[in-house]
Design a protein around this ligand. Sequence first.
Ligand code: DGY
Length: 323
Amino acid sequence: MSKAKVFITRRWPESVEKKLQERYDVTLNTDDHPLSADEFKAALQNYDAVCPAVCDSLPAEVLKVSNKRCKILANFGVGYNHIDIATAKAENLIVTNTPGVLTHSTADIAMTLLLMSARRGAEGDRLVRAKQWNGWCPTHMLSSNVTGATLGIIGFGRIAQAMAHKAHHGFDMNILYYKPSDADEYVIDDLHATRCYSIEELMRKSDFVSLHCPGNAETHHLINAERLKHMKTGAHLINTARGDVVDTQALITALKNKQIAGAGLDVYEGEPNIPNELLTLNNVSLLPHLGSATLSTRTAMGEKALLNLDAFFLGKPLPNPVT
Ligand code: DGY
């Protein structure tokens, strides 16, 4: 029997690409370039499975291409806001994702950004490299304490709880959290976390606000100019969720006016394009969507996508269905 034809939109860690190639007739995007809408359409027409990644864009216009051969989009990533899920459903395209394996690496990056923002880490690095450091003095680059401060977390799924655990047990932080409903259950162990029933309340009480909600129509610009006004002047906003959860222009204004002390961002509206204004601000720490970027996490994500493909082609229940 001939092998199913699988198209991988971006390069995966070598060990997983190898396994894929053993099981399927695989086409790789060898030079790892961002694909155009026409390339995605051709992939949907010519392959049994397409495996996109969170950097790809699969809007309705692409998914509705005629004469599709593709039956499954096995996404490399947990977030799927880059895929028009309603259209995928309407077009009978199965979508799967890779939850559970990037929890700690993403929470680690959120904590990294929190520390960088609080302690002016990126700014200090720039100063040293620019040879503008004139030596230690008692009032140089004073910053904010992390240990013992209050961390407010918006969204309280796996990654949020992992961050809360690290912050509480590692840095003695008080944890507040906001989640919109009781629907998604979770286990609060010994975090001594306090639930806030509005985002405004959480923002008013927190020294650090970390975003951990999915990117979708409901969370678009959840953090806007109005809500930013509720943050303390010494507070920091951390975003490792999705760029458009924050109204970037409103954040730039808040950072420029020193309405808040700083921000740490791993994700951006319209990434990888970042507004110049953000690049010129000293009180924001910027990372290039590194949340899951450890070799073992990215390998585990590939393995998960592979498990979903295997289940699909063997006619077994899918481990991580989205549609
Ligand atoms: C995801 O999988 O959604 C992450 O953003 C990738 O780091």
